[in-house]
Design a protein around this ligand. Structure first.
Ligand SMILES: Nc1ncnc2c1ncn2[C@@H]1O[C@H](COP(=O)(O)OP(=O)(O)O)[C@@H](O)[C@H]1O
Ligand SMILES: [Mg+2]
Length: 444
C-alpha cells in the first residue's frame, strides 16, 4: 500500500487517482502514462482488494482504477465496499475479460466505467476525464454546499480528517420541547445538508420510542441502536459500522428501535446514546441527533456532549413558552449562549395566517436572543417529500422554500463548526461562505 504524502484530493482541478492492481508492473505502466497529464495525479496505489478498501477510505481519491482479478479480495468486492464507504469516489474497472456477466457484476458493485487491458493512452485519459466530470456533477447534487465556496488551506484535507484519520466529531442535537415542531424534518435535512465532498455525516435517531427517521428517509430498519445495547460502554467499532445503515445519498444512519417497548433495553442506562456517540464521534465530521420532545436524562446527556443544540420552535404561544423553559435550563447547566441555535419553523408566509402566530421580533424579545434561521411553512413540498421519502434538500429546486432555508441552516451549522477549521485564517473567505440569511429585522 502506497500513498503520496500531502495529496488528499485538495488540489482544486487536479483529478486525484488511486491505482489498484496486484501486479506492480501493471500499476507502474498506468502511473507512467498518467504522469504526462498535468491535471491527473496518482495519490496512492494498492496491491490487493483489502488494501484498496483501507486506503480509499483514508485518501478519498476522485477516481480509482481497479483491476478485477486479485488474490484475497477481488476488484468487484472491493468496489462494493469502497463505493459504500466513500460515495464520492468513482471506480473505473479494468479487466482482460469481456465477459458481460463480469461487467454486469461490476456495474452492480458501483463501478462507473470500464477499461480494457491493455489500455491505450487516449482511452485512459478520456475515460478518466469523462467519469470525473460526470461524477463531480453527481457529488455536487448529493452535497448541496458548493465546495468552491470553501477555501482549503494547504494544511487541511478536504476530508476534514487529521493525519491520524480522526474527524472533527461535531455533535449537533436537534430538539424541540413541542411535538410536531419539525425536529425530524430538520434533523434529516440538516444531516444531509452538511454532507459534502469528503465529509462524513451520521444521523442518529434518538427519539427512542416514536422515532420516525426511517419513515422520513424511506429506509427499512434492518439493524438499530438496540443491537448496540449490550456493548454500550465498550463499543466494538466494527459492530457499529455493521449496524449503521446507508441512505441512497450516502448518509449514514443509526436507526432507532423498531418498536416503542424495545426502547427500555437501551433506556435502562440513561447515558447510553451519548456514550455510543462519544465512542464513534472521531469517525465522523458531523453527527446529527434527532430527539423526542421528552425532556429526560437521556436527552440531557446528549445536550452535554453536543457541540451545538438546534432548538426548534414554532411561532405559537405554547412553543415559545416551552422554549423559554428550555433556555432557562441551559442557563442552569451553564451552557455558553453560542451552544444553542434557535430555529423558528413553520412560519406562515400568508399574511392572513401570520395574524394567528407570534411575530418573530416579539419572540426574540421574549426569549432575549436572536433567531438564527426561520423556516417557512410549506405543507405541499413537505408533505409530498415525506410521502415520497425524499430528503427535501436533495430535491432539485433548492431555491424554493422551505428547502432553501433548510439548506441555509445546514450551511450555517457547517460554517460555524467546520468553516473556521477548513478556512484557517482566511476570514474574508469565511464571510463569503456564510449564507445570506434573512434574520429578523435585519437582512445580511
Ligand atoms: N416548515 C414546515 N412546513 C410545513 N410542514 C412542516 C414543516 N416542518 C415540518 N413539517 C411537518 O410537520 C410534521 C411534523 O414534523 P416532524 O419533523 O415530524 O416534527 P417532530 O419531529 O418535531 O415531531 C411533519 O408532517 C412535517 O412534514
Ligand atoms: Mg420526530
Amino acid at each position: 500500500m502506497n500513498r503520496a504524502s500531502g495529496n488528499q484530493g485538495n488540489e482544486g482541478d487536479i483529478i486525484t487517482i488511486m491505482l489498484v492492481d496486484d501486479i506492480p508492473e501493471a500499476r507502474e505502466n498506468i502511473k507512467k502514462m498518467l504522469a504526462f497529464e498535468p491535471d491527473m495525479k496518482v495519490v496512492g496505489t494498492a496491491g490487493t482488494g483489502r488494501e484498496a478498501v483501507t486506503l480509499a477510505k483514508e485518501i478519498r481519491p476522485n477516481i480509482i482504477i481497479m483491476d478485477i482479478n486479485m488474490p484475497d479480495m477481488d476488484g468487484i468486492q472491493a468496489t462494493t465496499l469502497i463505493t459504500e464507504a466513500v460515495p464520492t469516489v468513482a471506480v473505473i474497472m479494468m479487466s482482460v475479460q469481456n465477459d458481460p456477466d463480469y461487467l454486469r457484476r461490476a456495474m452492480l458493485a458501483g463501478a462507473k466505467n470500464f477499461l480494457p487491458k491493455p489500455v491505450s493512452m487516449d482511452e485512459l485519459y478520456n475515460t478518466i476525464r469523462t467519469v470525473h466530470a460526470r461524477n463531480r456533477a453527481l457529488v455536487k447534487n448529493i452535497n448541496p454546499i458548493d465546495p468552491s465556496t470553501i477555501t482549503t488551506s494547504s494544511q487541511t484535507t478536504r476530508s476534514g480528517s487529521d493525519k491520524d484519520g480522526n474527524r472533527a466529531g461535531h455533535v449537533v442535537v436537534v430538539y424541540s420541547p413541542q411535538g410536531g415542531a419539525g425536529c425530524t424534518t430538520i434533523a434529516t435535512n440538516l444531516a444531509s445538508g452538511v454532507m459534502k465532498e469528503g465529509i462524513r455525516a451520521l444521523l442518529v435517531d434518538a427519539d427512542l420510542q416514536f422515532g420516525d427517521v426511517g419513515v422520513f428517509l424511506n429506509m427499512q430498519a434492518q439493524s438499530t441502536i438496540i443491537d448496540l445495547a449490550s456493548n454500550v460502554d465498550d463499543l466494538d467499532t466494527e459492530l457499529f459500522d455493521n449496524i449503521v445503515m446507508t441512505h441512497d445519498t450516502g448518509l449514514k444512519v443509526l436507526m432507532g428501535p423498531a418498536r416503542p417497548e424495545m426502547a427500555e433495553v437501551i433506556q435502562s442506562n440513561p447515558a447510553a446514546v451519548a456514550r455510543i456517540i462519544d465512542q464513534v464521534r472521531s469517525q465522523y465530521d458531523f453527527i446529527v441527533v434527532d430527539t423526542s420532545n421528552h425532556l429526560d436524562e437521556t436527552l440531557v446527556s446528549l445536550f452535554d456532549i453536543a457541540s451545538k443544540i438546534v432548538l426548534v420552535t414554532t411561532p405559537t404561544l405554547v412553543g415559545v413558552k416551552n422554549v423559554r423553559f428550555v433556555l432557562d435550563l441551559f442557563d442552569q447547566l451553564e451552557y455558553p449562549a453560542d451552544k444553542v441555535m434557535l430555529v423558528l419553523n413553520r412560519v406562515p408566509s400568508d399574511k392572513n395566517l401570520q395574524k394567528f402566530t407570534i411575530a418573530a421580533d416579539r419572540i426574540e424579545k421574549f426569549l432575549r436572543r436572536s433567531i438564527d434561521v426561520q423556516i417557512p411553512a410549506d405543507e405541499f413540498t413537505t408533505l409530498s417529500a415525506l410521502y415520497k421519502g425524499v430528503l427535501m434538500v436533495a430535491q432539485r429546486d433548492r431555491s424554493r422554500s422551505p428547502m432553501r432555508e433548510l439548506l441555509q441552516l445546514s450551511e450555517l451549522v457547517y460554517s460555524k463548526l467546520l468553516g473556521n477549521q477548513i478556512q484557517g485564517d482566511d476570514k474574508a473567505a469565511e464571510k463569503s461562505a456564510l449564507p445570506k440569511l434573512s434574520l429578523f429585522g435585519r437582512k445580511s
